[in-house]
Design a protein around this ligand. Structure first.
Ligand SMILES: Cc1ncc(COP(=O)(O)O)c(C=O)c1O
Length: 413
């Protein structure tokens, strides 16, 4: 007997190229090709050392506080929520929050999953393009719809056009929220205060709420102002800052859903006030921001000299996105691959893929560097994203040269 289809139709919208490209890389490794991984934003995997004092705090909790093994309230450990609310309220201007406006989830990815899953199927969230795929995929999987997106434009340093956002909202009455990532992944853009205020003003005018993924809020550099969603929201526009600010009845549903799981993991919550409250934390945060500033500027200085690509200065997070100029990528381009079996594998894998992924696959096979194709971030812009995470300065510089040389040879410049 033929069973009816059981999988949600929107599964077609689930794409996470940052990891999908890894399967291709592993296949190349099995064929003897070593790979330098520049695709994943995992600082520890890339070689960054966790501060010994942070490890000591966690170890001390495990050794000496039995409660770190216990359940905690579904919203999260109260003392930690009180600590975080007080911290948020120290920020100049903006919405004041209390501990009950804060809900602990098991990482932002868990939050993102819940936020979109608990919305009605035809309620849509307008997202950036390029977009961090966990947001776009989860939003899109509820229905089988094309993504609704506003463009981040490399020509303006990856900033959105407020007029486009308003038009997308006006002509799509099913839009209930605008989502953004600030500082942004993959572009490294930091939204200026005026742009955030403009987005909040649109949300106010059309009765929407704002979702702001602030996971990189401690990595802002090159002299730009860091503005949290809570500082521009006002008391009349609901918002969800993904690290902790929330209001309105929809948040009650999120809390209920968390109750189904009992609670989020207790240990990190207990460690948080001790880490953020430690006198060493501000210097640690500032050192990391400076470190990524130097690396981001190095990457910009490198790619601005490479033909056929657009590179822009960036201001936050630890990624760098490069776009190809229009018309530069063409069918038939390739890079030399000595091993005939590898060459045949790449040619087969290239069938039907986006032009930037085709370049990335050739570069992986020919030069052994893995980056993430930009079209993997739900955009029609062709390019790629690299990370700024390798702590070895000489190796990072060498990786840039390998990518730059691959581009020159691929496009015949
Ligand atoms: C923009 C953005 N949001 C969320 C996440 C995942 O966050 P978490 O590790 O807290 O689940 C990432 C990880 O790369 C990210 O880049």
């Amino acid at each position: 007997m033929q069973h009816p289809p059981i999988v949600l139709e929107g599964y077609r919208n689930l794409h996470y190229e940052i990891r999908e490209i890894v399967d291709f890389g592993h296949a190349l490794q099995r064929m003897g090709r070593p790979i330098t991984w520049e695709n994943i934003g995992d600082p520890v995997a890339a070689g960054e050392k966790v501060e010994p004092w942070i490890k000591e705090i966690v170890a001390d909790l495990v050794a000496n506080d039995e409660k770190s093994f216990a359940y905690c309230p579904s919203r999260g450990v109260l003392a930690t929520r009180e600590f975080l609310a007080a911290k948020a309220n120290e920020r100049p201007g903006g919405t004041k929050v209390g501990p009950d406006d804060i809900l602990f989830l098991n990482g932002i990815a868990d939050g993102v999953d819940k936020i979109y899953d608990l919305m009605k199927k035809d309620a849509r969230v307008l997202m950036p393009s390029p977009s961090y795929p966990t947001h776009t995929s989860n939003e899109g999987k509820r229905g089988d719809y094309p993504h609704l997106q506003f463009r981040l434009d490399p020509a303006t340093g990856w900033l959105p056009d407020l007029e486009e956002i308003e038009n997308k909202v006006r002509y799509n009455p099913q839009v209930v929220a605008i989502a953004l990532v600030n500082p942004d992944n993959p572009t490294g853009a930091v939204y200026p205060r005026k742009t955030l205020e403009g987005i909040v003003a649109i949300a106010r005018k059309y009765g929407l709420f704002v979702i702001c993924d602030e996971i990189y809020c401690n990595i802002v550099f090159n002299g730009v102002e860091k503005v949290h969603l809570s500082q521009v929201l006002g008391d009349d526009v609901p918002g969800l800052a993904l690290r902790g600010l929330s209001k309105n009845e929809y948040c009650g549903v999120l809390v209920k859903s968390k109750m189904m799981e009992v609670c989020s993991t207790t240990l990190p919550q207990m460690a948080l006030p001790r880490i953020y409250g430690d006198p060493r934390w501000p210097a640690h945060k500032a050192r990391r921001a400076k470190m990524f500033e130097a690396r981001a500027n190095q990457v910009y200085e490198y790619f601005r000299t490479v033909p056929g690509v657009i590179a822009r200065p960036v201001h936050g997070a630890f990624y760098y996105a490069v776009t190809f100029e229009d018309g530069v990528l063409r069918p038939g381009q390739s890079l030399p691959i000595a091993d005939p079996a590898v060459r045949a594998f790449v040619e087969k894998s290239n069938e039907g893929v986006a032009p930037d992924k085709r370049f990335v696959q050739y570069m992986m096979a020919s030069e052994g560097v893995c980056v993430t194709p930009l079209t993997g971030f739900h955009t029609d812009l062709n390019g790629f994203r690299i990370t700024l995470l390798n702590p070895d300065d000489a190796e990072r510089a060498r990786t840039l040269e390998r990518i730059g040389d691959s581009i020159r040879r691929y496009i015949g410049a």
